[in-house]
Design a protein around this ligand. Structure first.
Ligand code: B12
Length: 382
């Protein structure tokens, strides 16, 4: 057998070197296909847990077999980089953003890190012997990280690295090199159910599975509207959600070991003023959010999320701004969620604003929302 162009020890050292001051963990997994993960994913998809992502059997088949990332794959270098940072102070009427999105988009940092190592390994081999993945490929990143012993999959379904907690990004260098694999950890969450009990929407079942259609992180990223039944439960989250990880004991023990690369880029992006967000213009969207992980669904989704958060803030001083958005926002989805927010606040001024708009609104879905909101205001409980 030919000698390896670089040993496992050298590759691990390259990763640590490229990571600089960032808090990381790195381990090796074998790249053989994983039939148990394929079957777990198939069951999740057929239950409808991921229907908002339209994942199917084909996704399960590819994601559980790393040869779809690189033909002839033998090993995976699994990397976890910690992103937990202390919560910036939030002013009243500001939205909550998940800490994973506070900094410059993590894909850029992770891909730069992985590319650097991948290029060094390829250069030593004199051929392309690696491929990288971080959200970019259909690869069951958590499953292979767990196989490498980087951590275990928790009841919130995130990978928990013992020294870093669950607030870690995962990235992989898949390679044809036969590196000696590390052993998986023999750990579970045991009797702990904190994440399950605290999730406001009941998305976590407690058996290490999630109904992603109920997850707040999913709701805030949907382009087709937030289901009415979930809106009041979303609270003031305008992007992602940290509730399940904020109570996770290993994550609490790990503390906020912020990797320098993931410090919040601006207060505007990490604790956005909700009235400003409700009126978000394309130019502000491009400047403030495009460089972050909140940049991929567009400005209308953020205005919609601001409307829902304002509805949940139940502050009557925001009603004039909501009525203005109901009149002028060009996007029917946004106007529909604004109508819901006014119905939830249910003040006399909200009632007047909704009735006035109903007289001129010509989008059927928005009219439905306005009529529901008016019914909410007139409802028997008030
Ligand atoms: C789609 C997606 C989402 C969706 C669905 C989430 C989900 N739970 O699958 C939504 C929008 C909800 C989401 C939210 C978040 N996401 Co996301 N997401 C993804 C993405 C792109 C695909 C995930 C996927 O295929 N899911 C389908 C399920 C069925 O498969 P799975 O995730 O691989 O997990 C199953 C298998 O691993 C299997 N399994 C395999 N072996 C074993 C062993 C045991 C013992 C058990 C019990 C199970 C098991 O069971 C797992 C659970 O069903 C991945 C990137 C990637 N390619 O993996 C990032 C990824 C999973 N997300 C990530 C992050 C950071 C988040 C958020 C924390 C962001 C936030 N704060 O808002 C939340 C966490 C919400 C939560 N509690 O899961 C990280 C997770 C890092 C980590 N520590 O695990 C990833 C890996 C991205 C990355 N490269 O860092 N995400």
């Amino acid at each position: 057998m030919l000698p390896l162009p670089c040993s496992k020890g050298e590759i691990l050292a390259m990763v640590r070197d490229a990571a600089g001051d960032d808090a990381i963990a790195v381990r090796i997994a074998s790249a053989t296909a994983d039939a148990r993960t394929r079957d777990r994913m198939r069951s999740a998809f057929s239950r409808g847990d991921f229907s908002s992502w339209r994942y199917d059997d084909e996704r399960a088949r590819c994601a559980s077999d790393p040869s779809h990332v690189l033909e002839g794959a033998r090993s995976i270098v699994c990397v976890a980089v910690a992103y937990a940072t202390p919560q910036p102070t939030r002013a009243p009427l500001s939205g909550r953003v998940s800490s994973y999105a506070w900094s410059t988009d993590y894909h850029a940092r992770m891909q730069a890190l992985l590319r650097e190592i991948s290029a060094r390994i390829d250069a030593r081999a004199g051929a392309r012997v690696t491929a990288i993945a971080c959200d970019t490929k259909p690869l069951a990143e958590r499953a292979f990280a767990a196989r490498s012993g980087l951590g275990w999959i928790g009841k919130h379904t995130n990978l928990i690295a013992p020294s870093l907690g669950s607030c870690v990004f995962l990235g992989e260098i898949v390679t044809v090199l036969p590196l000696e694999p590390d052993a998986p950890l023999r750990k579970t969450c045991g009797g702990c159910r904190r994440c399950v009990d605290v999730c406001p929407t009941g998305a976590l079942r407690g058996d290490y599975t999630i109904d992603a259609t109920r997850c707040i992180a999913d709701a805030t990223q949907r382009v087709d509207g937030i289901p009415r039944a979930l809106r009041a439960l979303v609270g003031e989250w305008v992007w992602g959600c940290d509730i399940c990880q904020d109570v996770c004991p290993p994550s609490l023990r790990a503390g906020k070991a912020a990797s320098a690369s993931f410090a919040p880029s601006s207060a505007r992006a990490s604790t956005p003023d909700l009235l400003w967000l409700l009126r978000l213009r394309s130019s502000d969207f491009r400047r403030v959010f495009k460089p972050t992980a909140m940049g991929w669904r567009g400005a209308a989704v953020l205005r919609r999320n601001a409307a829902v958060a304002l509805g949940n803030a139940l502050d009557r001083s925001t009603v004039p701004a909501l009525i203005e958005a109901l009149e002028v926002d060009p996007h029917p989805m946004v106007r529909g969620h604004v109508a819901w927010a006014l119905g939830r606040i249910a003040s006399p001024a909200a009632d007047v604003g909704l009735r006035r708009r109903l007289a001129s609104e010509d989008d059927a879905s928005v009219r439905d929302e306005i009529e529901c909101a008016l019914r909410d205001i007139a409802g028997p409980q008030r």
